[in-house]
Design a protein around this ligand. Structure first.
Ligand code: NI
Length: 394
């Protein structure tokens, strides 16, 4: 059987499933309906199905031939706390929740690949095990981390893991397959500036936390611009600033928060030390106390060299070398597939979701996954398996 023959019908069914998932989005660690659908489809294909890692996580295993080699293919299942503004038929039925990152498409495409590979397995087209990993909570709690911590790789020994994300702004039929750091590591920053509150008309009797916090916001911006090697990607964004409640009171506390994005542990340490230094300096200069809290988030997502080359070759064969980009700038966004890549070699790729009005940015209330790229994603997964787990000559 040719994949082409299967693909027409598979595309139609996968598109219907994708739209059903889009209409019924679920937040991280609460993907119960999605998880049920995934597990049922994998079981119907005859795969071994494991449930419960990170709660709603599902792993389906397809075994072919006698090889002990195994790889993992991963999709994320969760949606975002966004009110969808689209009006089309498959818009979200759940107010305040929306598939604005295309994880509906990732889940549907990986299920489509499981079906295609099950058909091809029966023709001896590959030899080894494929673990289809469906993870919760990519956007929030780090379902990828939870699955790893709860024994993903002990339960499912494998040699390499692979991930894929749709990429708006990259044309349909193109892929980004870059070696090394591709998505940033994050730190969550929480700052409390504490002073002596008082009457707004008698500032000399108080210590003004708003003025100190304002100076702090400005000073923190010098870390990326003045303390960092210019070619080292770094973002520190202060995104929260809360203080005060009325006109005539100087508040005794100001609360700031934000996010730090870096691509290496060394840069992360440099920025963390810089934030501490500036907080201490501003505290002394303005006569306030400053508590700095830094909570590590996702590590940087780093593709391993050899696996990236394999993915580039597979993608080039499918889409043409000119349509496979190895030199796109990495994204300062973050991705919990990083936790899987910290344990195993592998590669996380971007699949072009298209250009134009219908392809607004990820996390936008008008976003929608492009159903035309479904066959491209499925073909990539299939070709990757056939390449890494080649059938033995009969
Ligand atoms: Ni995403």
């Amino acid at each position: 059987m040719k994949l082409d023959d299967l693909m027409v019908d598979l595309h139609t069914r996968t598109k219907a499933l994708r739209r059903d998932l889009h209409a019924h989005p679920e937040l991280g660690l609460a993907e119960q309906r999605t998880s049920d659908i995934v597990a049922a489809k994998l079981a119907a294909l005859g795969l071994q199905v494991h449930r419960g890692l990170a709660g709603t996580g599902v792993v389906g295993t397809l075994q072919a031939g006698s090889s002990t080699r195994a790889i993992g293919l991963r999709a994320d299942m969760d949606a975002l706390p966004i009110d969808e503004l689209n009006a089309f038929e498959h818009r979200s039925r759940h107010p305040g929740t929306m598939h604005a990152c295309g994880h509906d498409g990732h889940t549907a495409m990986l299920l489509g690949a499981a079906e295609a590979l099950t058909a091809l397995r029966d023709e001896g087209r590959f030899d080894g095990s494929v673990h289809f990993i469906f993870q919760p909570a990519e956007e929030s709690e780090g379902g990828g981390r939870l699955m790893v911590e709860q024994g993903l790789f002990e339960k499912f020994p494998l040699q390499a893991v692979f991930g894929m994300h749709n990429w708006p702004g990259l044309p349909v039929g193109q892929m980004g397959v870059m070696p090394g750091p591709i998505m940033a590591g994050t730190d969550r920053v929480d700052i409390v500036v504490k002073g002596r509150g008082g009457h707004a008309a008698m500032p000399h009797l108080a210590t003004d936390t708003i003025v100190a916090a304002s100076a702090l916001v400005s000073a923190l911006q010098t870390l990326a611009s003045r303390n960092t090697e210019p070619v080292e990607p770094t973002v520190l964004s202060i995104t929260r600033f809360h203080a005060g409640s009325t006109d005539n009171v100087l508040p005794s506390e100001a609360h700031l928060g934000g996010t730090l994005r870096t691509f290496s542990a060394a840069q992360q340490a440099l920025m963390n030390a810089g934030m501490k230094r500036i907080c201490d300096g501003i505290a002394a200069a303005y006569g306030v106390a400053i508590d700095l809290g830094i909570a590590p988030g996702y590590p940087p997502t780093i593709n391993s060299a050899a696996e990236t080359v394999v993915c580039q070759e597979v993608a080039a064969e499918l889409f043409g070398a000119a349509n496979v980009h190895a030199d796109l700038n990495p994204s300062m966004g973050a991705e919990d597939f990083a936790y899987l890549l910290r344990e195993k070699p592998g590669c996380y790729v971007w699949l072009g979701n298209g250009l134009g009005d219908g392809n607004c940015l990820l996390h936008n209330p008008h976003f929608d996954f492009n159903d035309e790229i479904i066959p491209l994603g499925i073909r990539y997964w299939v070709a990757l398996v056939e390449r890494i787990l080649p059938a033995r000559p009969a």
